[in-house]
Write a protein that binds this ligand. Structure first.
Ligand SMILES: N[C@@H](CCC(=O)N[C@@H](CS)C(=O)NCC(=O)O)C(=O)O
Length: 263
């Protein structure tokens, strides 16, 4: 049986779960301990030396990084195919995935750092939240152009592009109350929520968000040591959050990613 190291709120995990469900594969899930505080170990660290979720274990094969995992699933279980057949649509699905992972997702993550973990307050918080919401609106309008009048981002049927876009658009709506920017995105999200393979994953995310521990208290008492990595760190800086990074480094509540291998 496939085993997925996960956390229900991670958009990277969500796209893998949606892909597993769409392919009708049986899988078990484990939320590794030590996540979000830099204390991961055991089987999880063996599966992903970068100590990040998602990590997939298939017998003696361990695969990390959501994009690589989706490719592994498609290679090993080609049917039902998540990638469209047409080369242009395949390229578009990959471009949409990359933009979701590197440009869209950091907005949701940054809103959580500000609104839930309360790393910024007052005028700085307002500025960072406005920045994130504006970026989300901009990206959803761009997505609308790609969706056009098709039912799915993949084309006629739900697939790769949709499982990459659904986690982030649903998170914006359900966690932060950001309504879809256009009627076509709203109708697409309605189709997503009517599809159990996708909706079940979104429900898990929403439940986890509603039951989050008091992250602001954990930042204050220094027990939350959040990983600030690549696009997310860029987002914080672009939103004006340099003081957030400086304070987090000073207080030890921010860390950077760990590369594989022995130091
Ligand atoms: N590029 C990676 C990104 C994975 C990632 O950033 N995962 C985050 C959670 S969303 C993580 O595990 N962070 C480690 C931590 O917070 O301890 C992918 O696509 O899988």
């Amino acid at each position: 049986m496939l085993k997925l190291y996960e956390h229900p709120m991670s958009a990277f995990v969500m796209k893998v779960k949606m892909a597993l469900n769409e392919k009708g594969l049986a899988w078990t899930a484990e939320v590794p301990s030590g996540l979000m505080v830099g204390q991961a170990g055991g089987g999880f660290l063996a599966a992903n030396p970068r100590a990040e979720i998602p990590a997939l274990v298939d017998g003696d094969v361990a695969v990390f990084d959501s994009t690589v995992i989706l490719e592994y699933l498609e290679d090993k279980w080609p049917q039902p195919a998540l990638m469209p057949a047409d080369p242009a649509l395949r390229a578009r699905a990959r471009m949409l995935e990359d933009v979701m992972d590197t440009h869209y997702e950091p907005n949701n993550w940054g809103l959580m750092e500000v609104l839930v973990a309360q790393r910024a307050t007052g005028a700085l918080a307002d500025q960072m939240v406005a920045f994130g919401k504006a970026r989300i609106g901009q990206l959803q309008h761009w997505l609308d152009g790609h969706l056009g009048d098709a039912p799915w981002f993949n084309g006629a049927t739900c697939g790769w592009a949709d499982v990459c876009i659904a986690p982030v658009v649903a998170r914006s709506k359900l966690a932060y109350g950001i309504d879809p920017a256009t009627p076509r995105i709203a109708a697409w999200l309605g189709r997503v929520m009517a599809r159990p393979s996708l909706a079940s994953v979104i429900e898990q995310m929403h439940t986890a968000f509603r039951n989050l521990p008091d992250l602001a208290a954990q930042v204050r008492d220094g027990t939350l040591v959040r990983q600030y990595r690549d696009h997310r760190l860029e987002w914080i800086l672009a939103a004006g959050g340099l003081p957030v990074v400086q304070e987090g480094l000073d207080k030890g509540t921010i860390r950077f990613s760990r590369p594989p291998g022995r130091p």
